[in-house]
Design a protein around this ligand. Structure first.
Ligand SMILES: [Mg+2]
Ligand SMILES: [Zn+2]
Length: 191
């Protein structure tokens, strides 16, 4: 079965300004056309999973209950538009916690694969930062970078060889680059 993994902030919803966090539903606003994209993926038979780092929990900025509330409202609004999110995986830990789930580690992707019987080698991961691309590479998926959210900065980091703390050129290399989730979706559905 066709599967696509989506990062949340900067792909489905806008990143709050100044590297801010989405603490509650008031901070959440959809990237234009992202719901439409998810609806088209659903209609075309894709299973869709959200894979998101939420270190704001570990930092004490908001609670896991807040995160779950955001995700239930997000999936409800996506459902209203005709899309379906199969599951949302989030990492609540601080970057220095050394957990196995925080991207660029592939833990959440591997867990989703086990729990939902996903063949990672035929799955796609769409994200806006290089750690998404790294996680997707480590899990063995095909990786798309989108230029919404932090995507433009990530693209410049990539071409200027600023691979961040963990990665290298090979791990950070996206398979394709699209302007946004909608454009990535149109490509997937016409491929
Ligand atoms: Mg993101
Ligand atoms: Zn974690």
């Amino acid at each position: 079965m066709k599967t696509v993994f989506l990062d949340r902030d900067g792909v489905i919803n806008r990143n709050p300004p100044n590297m801010g966090y989405v603490r509650n539903w008031t901070d959440f606003s959809f990237v234009p056309s992202s719901r439409n994209a998810i609806q088209q993926l659903t209609q075309s038979g894709y299973r869709i999973f959200v894979i998101t780092n939420q270190s704001g929990v570990g930092r004490g900025l908001y609670s896991e209950e807040d995160v779950r509330d955001i995700h239930s409202r997000m999936t409800a609004q996506i459902a209203e538009a005709g899309g379906r999110i199969d599951a949302v995986y989030y990492c609540p830990h601080r970057p220095d916690a050394g957990c196995e789930c925080r991207k660029p580690k592939p833990g959440m992707l591997k867990r989703a694969a086990q729990e939902h019987n996903i063949d990672l080698s035929s799955a796609y991961f769409i994200g806006d930062v290089l750690t998404d691309i790294q996680a997707g590479k480590r899990a063995g998926t095909t990786r798309f970078l989108v230029l919404t959210g932090l995507g433009e900065e990530s693209y410049h980091d990539y071409i200027n060889a600023k691979y961040g703390q963990y990665g290298n050129k090979e791990e950070c290399c996206p398979d394709k680059i699209f302007t946004n989730l909608y454009a990535a979706t149109r490509w997937l559905l016409s491929a």
